[in-house]
Design a protein around this ligand. Sequence first.
Ligand code: ZN
Length: 405
Amino acid sequence: MNDIRLFYIWGDKLIEDCNRLPAVLGRARLVNNLIEAYGLLSKIKVVRSSSASYEDLKEFHSELYLEHLKTFRDIQDDYMTNSQDEEYGIGYDCPPVSNMFDLVSTIAGGSMTAAKCLVLGMADVAINWCGGWHHAHRVGADGFCYVNDIVIAIEKLLKKFPKILYIDLDVHHGNGVQDAYSSSKSVFTLSFHKYEPGFYPGSGSINDIGSSKGKGYSCNFPLHELYSDDTIEYVFEKVFNSVYSYFNPDAIVVQCGADALARDPHGGAQLTTRGYCSCVRMVLDKRKPTMLLGGGGYKHTNAARLWTSITAMVAGIDIDDSIPEHDDWPIYGPDYMLTIEPTLAKDNNKKEYLDDCINKINDNLEKYLGLGMNANCTSTEPQVKKQKTDSTQLNKKDDDIDNCF
Ligand SMILES: [Zn+2]
């Protein structure tokens, strides 16, 4: 154990609803079961998730989109999408599901609950592996994401923390979050992702740096396919530390999408737990209030391996490499190990290319956030006063913090 106050966001309904997201059917329960099988839930603070309200969702999403989501109640397998559904992104990538509005309220509520734990000063780190849906837009679903829980959570964090650094480790560019804050100086978005012709979503080039008064406050590291632990550790250490020192955030949100892991069916990178944990460790070392979220990750057992490993690392608990026996144990074969083995494929990222990107990023940071440029973006007074925390609420498992915010 260490001295980090870690809060893990949990809820039967949160797991149930995340479990029925079409792109990751059954994943949420698998992840939670593995974390539980390692006995971590009895050693860390577990906080019950609450749902987001219509007003909460409206902080980002348009009312037209939210009203449309309400029309999906009991959806049968043979449902045919119409042109209005498609206008809101409901279709191939994001098929309709039953009780859609309720589902997005639950998913957004998980990350909002994590934000509340940080805003109230209860937690140093709050984890919601059911969150991280970074592609959803204000007016529609996209790329398996129906609700942008990240933006809604960041809006909550901004009530206390004037400057938020958002980091995206998913193999896909974090376009939905970047678009939401592309003209803002309060939220710096930093995304590391595979960037190749035809690879979704197609945005996130090195020149994609934000717009109008937020120019310079979006940063993208486009990587060639098959990027490895060595590559991500090299670039993350340099770029994260630069961004951190120029921007000086008050809180950090990390989307830990697991689809950059080796062998992910939608990925094309070859990270292992080591690469992700190195990045998260560098963030934790800054000792800022931090939210860790899930995201992509389509080899479900590997997503469970990764997020269990990160949870244990944050909690400072050593766990055995052998997967403990539990109901899901048979599907962790043939090795039944927590370790994710790297592949033997060659990393297509050459050091010259990485250094060139690093130099461009540093030039932009100096140009847009350097001395003389950031006079208008220094910390301001928090928009709301820090609310008093009742420590007695922390004594029992599954606290409901609904009434604390
Ligand atoms: Zn992804």
